[in-house]
Design a protein around this ligand. Structure first.
Ligand SMILES: [Zn+2]
Length: 376
């Protein structure tokens, strides 16, 4: 059974209203999964993945429910500069659209100590239900407070609506892409082993902390609850996850690639019991956020990139060549203008700058180093 809902998110200067649609499929009893795409407007592939997933679920028996939000940020999707989409930052405020969520337990001043004191003896399946209802209430009151005090700013409305919808879920998948990137995944430390079910070859493990992104906004309330329960001598293994999935490069929408990409989410749905099939095994590489390094450009110039996202490299490999035309000697044009950029460690290329014209200090590559292999 599908239900479609519409949420207005922004009234424009011209009077038009932007809104998002949510598509929810409900089956038998089971977990709720929240899947959204394109909070960064140029990151399109997640929408192809959502379409393929909806198609694949057409004749399947579902335990639980899944809410899909394609094109979750229409303002960013429509923000074109020439043929390119300027979709990562709010053009009015300059804020990154995926750093504007709130750690709502902290922001609202919710009394977690009192909540845990009142509810700590409940069995986990009941406690998580009570806390979910509480969380819904906390987000509503937080939004109302901002409205009442005229503090609901440019970014708040969309981010808080998405956050409220995601707070109902037992699994949150925020679909993004890199600039020019391979497929990779962000997982919190506590859900690292579960992230293997998503069948991404490259996994970045972030601390169980808040940094403003959707994945963190969705898992932090549960991390706060777990930490408070620990103080009362109760150890909980959290069974609510939240991940950021990076499906390749921005400005690209490919249904054929999405047909393969969707296998990752299908496997997670099997793990969660939403689909009644055994999850498949998988292997890949994990790296801690501290070992995810940005290589900044040491020169300005035109760049010939020698490695693609997904490629492995070794220390001393030439990752890129810079050509600086101010140094050009017409007697020896190539040698005189070229400088080489060498790797100082082994690693895997995850992202690279989409442009071959770079200034000194721009982000050239993002790479995973100190890799650990995983096997599911
Ligand atoms: Zn993104």
């Amino acid at each position: 059974m599908w239900t479609i809902e519409n949420y207005p998110i922004k009234e424009l200067a011209s009077g038009e209203n932007l809104s998002i649609n949510t598509y929810t499929i409900k089956g038998h009893a089971g977990p709720h999964i929240h899947i959204q795409a394109s909070v960064h407007g140029a990151e399109l592939q997640g929408n192809a993945v959502i379409l393929q997933l909806m198609e694949k679920l057409k004749n399947k028996k579902i335990n639980g429910s899944i809410t899909f939000i394609p094109l979750a940020n229409p303002y960013a999707t429509n923000n074109k500069h020439g043929t390119y989409t300027y979709g990562r930052y709010n053009p009015v405020t300059g804020d990154n659209w995926n750093r504007n969520y709130v750690d709502v337990v902290k922001a609202s001043g919710f009394d977690m100590q009192q909540f845990v004191a009142d509810n700590k003896s409940l069995p986990w399946h009941e406690l998580r239900l009570v806390f979910k209802a509480e969380l819904d209430h906390i987000i509503d009151s937080h939004i109302q407070k901002l409205v009442d005090k005229r503090l609901l700013a440019e970014n708040n409305k969309l981010n808080l609506i998405l956050q409220k919808l995601a707070a109902k879920a037992d699994g949150v998948l925020d679909l993004h892409t890199g600039p020019v990137a391979t497929r990779y995944l962000y997982s919190a430390e506590y859900e690292k082993e579960i992230s293997y079910y998503l069948k991404f070859k490259h996994i970045l493990v972030i601390p169980d902390e808040f940094g403003g992104a959707m994945d963190e906004a969705a898992f932090m309330p549960w991390v706060h609850l777990r930490n408070e329960l620990e103080k009362h001598g109760r150890d909980i293994t959290l069974d609510i996850e939240s991940f950021t999935l990076e499906f390749g490069s921005e400005e690209s929408f490919c249904m054929e690639d999405a047909d393969k990409d969707v296998e990752s989410i299908l496997n997670y749905l099997k793990y969660k019991g939403v689909l009644e099939e055994e999850p498949e095994s998988f292997s890949g590489y994990v790296c801690k956020l501290a070992d995810y390094r940005t290589l900044f450009s040491p020169h300005g110039g035109l760049v010939d990139y020698h490695f693609k996202p997904g490629d492995r490299f070794k220390e001393n490999d030439v990752l890129a060549s810079f050509y600086q035309f101010k140094n050009l000697d017409p007697q020896d044009p190539i040698q005189s203008s070229r400088q080489q950029f060498k790797a100082t460690t082994d690693g895997i290329i995850i992202n690279r700058c989409p442009s071959s014209a770079v200034h000194q200090g721009m982000e050239l590559y993002q790479v995973m180093t100190n890799l650990e292999e995983f096997q599911l």
